[in-house]
Design a protein around this ligand. Structure first.
Ligand SMILES: [Zn+2]
Length: 451
């Protein structure tokens, strides 16, 4: 029986004594992950720490008493980690409230629903105390997407995909915007709120551009860069983090998709923060995405394996033991990234996502094959066929969903390729061609949507 079980079994807690529960923990790191979705604050320690929090409405702030620690430089440094452009919190103050009790006061920029939970040691992490600050008022993502689309159309002419890549690399700017800053790219592209609302309600008819397909509505492609925030994903021998390169590839792919007259990309994350697996699916469903493409980079214990692979969901076991291993590895992202398992929403969503359908899997296999053909033309393939396993992130019952392992980040040559612009461009072009090839054969159905 471990210490956690003892504490939960009630009567035994008295036998342990307070000093055993809390005393002696040392803070080893504090991290802040700002984003539009939520801001996360993580306090990592070498033992379990206890916290009590209370909300103060005017001005809005959360006070947290952490027991069993003294004010140390790491906590004082925390104060400096909050940037002024954090969408949710404006600052943190730390002080010694009583011997062995540190009080943090987190000043909030807007009404927030906080979630506080602990995570047991996993991967490279020791004990984590996590504070998630969710804004109470959230913009409708579909409305935002359509408003962005309309704003883009009024500024730029659509560029056909088949022309050469755009001259100035827009990713340079995107990466600058994303580094060390909150996820503002969607917000930056959107018009001010008032205009936003009008635009979404009354789309001007001339913005509907029919194309070769059989539908003239806007096609929404959900792009899902794996990992993020607390979860770096796989790390290459040269230190390249999966979460960074897959975001760069997703941003490049986003640009290609948005250049299409009838397509719009929606990113489940557009900056460095963690999104739980079921939330990624939920986000794609909220915007009624037509496709879901999760982007990852493989890793293995040895540096030899190489090449890209494409995965779809399976409803009857994995297509190979390697595919099952890969799904288990990707599904463990929630443990590393950190999910509040007690949140009601998480349980409801997980239950909903267990209704996989044969139709979804068939469409996903078609999409995967189209992509694999195109990726194979620009780089090595690890497996020539679409593999299947129980990836949690591919479980939207109504959206064809694939997971692309872009290359092996554990292979030094492929790690170098993943970091470089050339392969990122080739790969995003190839995925784009795969999407187009899929839609050419499987035109999207008409939908009751404003655009
Ligand atoms: Zn991954």
């Amino acid at each position: 029986m471990n210490r956690r079980d003892l504490l939960q079994s009630g009567t035994l807690v008295l036998l342990l004594g307070k000093q055993h529960i809390a005393r002696g923990a040392t803070i080893v790191a504090v991290r802040v992950w700002p984003s539009k979705d939520y801001t996360r604050l993580t306090i990592e320690s070498d033992g379990e720490i206890k916290a009590r929090q209370f909300f103060i409405a005017e001005p809005p702030r959360l006070a947290v008493d952490i027991e069993g620690i003294d004010l140390i430089p790491a906590l004082r440094e925390l104060v400096a980690k909050v940037k002024s452009d954090d969408p949710n919190i404006s600052g943190i103050r730390a002080g010694q409230n009583a011997p062995g009790v540190v009080r943090l006061v987190i000043d909030l920029k807007q009404p927030i629903t906080p979630q506080v939970f602990t995570l047991p040691p996993v991967a490279a992490y020791q004990y984590r105390l996590v504070f998630d600050f969710y804004p109470v008022q959230v913009a409708d993502p579909l409305e935002t997407l359509i408003a962005e689309r309309l704003a883009d159309k009024s500024q730029t002419q659509p560029v056909p995909f088949s022309t050469s890549p755009p001259a100035p690399d827009p990713l340079g700017e995107l990466i600058t915007r994303q580094s060390g800053k909150p996820a503002t790219s969607n917000a930056a592209a959107a018009p001010p709120p008032a205009q936003n609302k009008t635009a979404a309600v009354k789309p001007p008819p001339e913005t509907l551009v029919p194309t070769a397909g059989k539908t003239d509505r806007l096609i929404i492609v959900a792009l899902d860069p794996g990992h993020g925030g607390e979860d770096p994903g796989a790390v290459g021998p040269g230190g390249t983090r999966e979460k960074d390169v897959v975001l760069q590839i997703a941003l490049r792919l986003r640009d290609r998709i948005n250049q299409q007259p009838n397509m719009r990309a929606y990113l489940t994350r557009d900056a460095d923060f963690f999104v739980p697996l079921h939330i990624r699916v939920q986000k794609a469903r909220k915007v009624s995405a037509d496709l879901f493409i999760s982007i990852h980079a493989d890793a293995f214990f040895t540096d030899r394996p190489q090449g890209a692979s494409v995965f779809a969901l399976s409803d009857k076991g994995a297509s190979s033991s390697a595919a099952r291993w890969m799904a288990d590895k990707e599904n463990s992202a929630d443990l590393v990234g950190g999910v509040n398992v007690k949140a009601k929403d998480a349980q409801v969503q997980k239950a909903l996502l267990d209704m996989s359908t044969t139709a979804q899997i068939n469409d996903s296999l078609k999409l995967g094959s189209a992509m694999l053909g195109e990726i194979g033309a620009v780089g090595k393939l690890h497996k020539p066929r679409v593999e299947q396993a129980g990836f949690a992130v591919l479980k939207a019952p109504d959206i064809p969903s694939v997971l692309v392992e872009t290359a092996f980040i554990s292979n030094p040559d492929e790690e170098a390729k993943l970091r470089g612009e050339a392969y990122q461009v080739q790969l995003s072009d190839a995925i784009m061609r795969g999407v187009q090839r899929y839609f050419a054969r499987n035109p999207p159905l008409a939908r009751n949507r404003p655009l």
